[in-house]
Write a new protein. Structure first.
Length: 505
């Protein structure tokens, strides 16, 4: 900790020596207008246009040429300058118009989103590059290509008080598990064919997995409406809508781990305004990925509905990340979602019914932020000639928050809880009968810190956290996970310490 603090002070001093200002002292300059709204373009949007025209550069143009708009720009809120985008990760809008805000005289004045500019009138190629928005290339003001990426390198130590014993060899597992992981490595590619049509693809790998396509969808957009088709994530859990490098902790909570919707194939309809949005998705079920049409993972149908409302100056803008730097205005977002799916009526699908409901509240202010969320799930199986019907009920909750003790040093804490599952009828096939009397609740306590290496930027950070897990993992519905540092145990508790270097562009 002492070393991290020393590095923080030295980096700040160096930035002042070379004339770089901290964001809280003098926010970045952006074109005149209200803070980013639902119409501003968020992280996964392939046609997202930069707000800071100082970073625009024509291919091969000299760097000492300043854009004309520089002299007319005014300072903006820190939150608007620091957010990767204005909306959650999986909810981009292309060229949606901004809603005007009322002036002191009660009048409204519409504002236009900043457009890509070129330094040479006869050139039709524009390039934008930024720490947190990747590389964006525009041609003829209608074709856009964006590239972004993420790498997370991590070291983990896990200690279990009572590890399980192999039933075949009768050898007990070792108490300590430790080693290096590349938790995530991914590339994101977005292509805007027109202002109404866009493609998005994400390929990558997570610890213990294979390199694969994680997202692949097409967006059709007009004003505040969007239709999305392909492989995407249904909007169900608030934490799932945040990039892994914009979390408090090194990874997601046990609530997200249990109830995460994962990738689904289908269509999603969105209506999005400055303070309100509603999403309706129709898909083939949770976490189906690229499974083919006869796969037993699929459902006959699945419906997901999420709505949310934002309070404060920026509305819904900025809630695509959990961190909130100094100078951020107060804001709050309340969201709720429900998911239902059913199967077994068509060839290959499993006779499983799933009903999930979630509620979440996000709040933030000057250097602090918090997220509280809860989820309730009901999984049921129909009766067969060889099996009886049954269902399992589950409830989970999570509360987390962070605070910037220094300009580039954040501390955070979290408590997660997964209640003891309740079974009715036959137990699911993945729950051994011997655990019927040993079902357990599962608790997670955690604290940690993050040091942001580049002053005022969130894309490169060194993080460390300590977590304490209490409960029988094999008697709960919390799965083992290398990302969450949860190992199998039959009783007692687990201790986990992680340190990670994360870099995104």
């Amino acid at each position: 900790m002492a070393l991290v603090l020393a590095l923080g002070f030295s980096a700040t001093a160096w930035a002042q020596d070379v004339g770089v200002q901290e964001p809280s002292a003098e926010p970045e300059e952006t074109p005149e207008g209200p803070p980013p709204t639902a119409g501003a373009l968020p992280y996964e949007d392939p046609t997202s246009q930069p707000d800071n025209v100082e970073d625009l550069q024509k291919l091969g143009a000299p760097e000492d040429v300043a854009p004309a708009a520089e002299a007319e720009s005014e300072t903006a809120e820190v939150d608007g300058a620091q957010t990767t985008g204005s909306l959650p990760l999986e909810d981009p809008m292309l060229h949606a118009p901004k809603e005007p805000e009322a002036s002191d005289e009660g009048k409204t004045e519409p504002t236009e989103a900043p457009e890509l500019e070129t330094r040479d009138e006869d050139s039709n190629v524009k390039v934008y590059y930024g720490y947190e928005s990747g590389l964006l290339v525009g041609v003829d003001d209608w074709f856009f290509l964006s590239v972004a990426g993420l790498v997370q390198a991590r070291y983990t130590v896990n200690y279990r008080t009572k590890p399980p014993t192999d039933p075949d060899t009768l050898v007990r597992e070792k108490q300590v598990t430790q080693g290096f992981d590349v938790a995530r490595a991914r590339f994101q590619l977005g292509i805007g064919l027109t202002e109404f049509v866009a493609l998005y693809m994400r390929i990558g790998v997570v610890a213990g997995g294979d390199f694969s396509f994680q997202r692949a969808f097409i967006d059709l957009k007009w004003k505040w409406f969007r239709i999305r088709a392909g492989l995407f994530m249904n909007e169900l859990i608030a934490e799932s809508l945040v990039n892994p490098n914009d979390l408090y902790f090194l990874d997601y909570s046990i609530l997200e781990n249990v109830y995460s919707p994962g990738s689904s194939k289908g269509v999603m309809f969105t209506y999005l305004r400055r303070r309100f949005s509603i999403n309706l998705g129709y898909s083939d079920g949770l976490r189906t990925g690229f499974s083919e049409i006869r796969s037993p993972q699929r459902a006959d149908f699945a419906v997901t509905l999420r709505t949310q409302y934002g309070w404060g100056k920026n509305g819904l803008a900025g809630f695509n990340r959990l961190t909130s730097r100094r100078g951020t205005p107060f804001g709050a977002r309340l969201g709720a979602a429900v998911h239902y799916q059913d199967g077994g009526r068509s060839q290959g699908t499993a006779p499983v019914k799933i009903l999930l409901g979630t509620i979440d509240l996000s709040i933030r202010g000057n250097g602090w932020s918090a997220l509280v969320s809860t989820a309730v799930g009901q999984d049921g199986t129909s009766a067969f000639s060889t099996t009886d019907p049954g269902e399992v009920l589950s409830v989970g909750a999570n509360a987390s928050g962070g605070y910037f003790v220094l300009e580039n040093l954040q501390v955070f804490a979290r408590y997660g809880f997964e209640a003891k599952p309740r079974f009715q009828g036959a137990l699911p096939a993945n729950v051994p009968d011997m655990l019927a009397g040993e079902l357990s609740a599962f608790h997670a306590f955690g604290v940690g810190f993050s040091y942001f290496v580049i002053p005022g930027r969130d894309n490169v950070k060194l993080s460390s956290d300590f977590q304490y897990f209490l409960g029988n993992e094999q008697g709960s519905i919390v799965p083992t996970s290398p990302l969450n540092s949860i190992q199998p145990n039959v009783d007692g508790s687990q201790f986990s310490w992680r340190i990670q270097l994360s870099a995104a562009f």
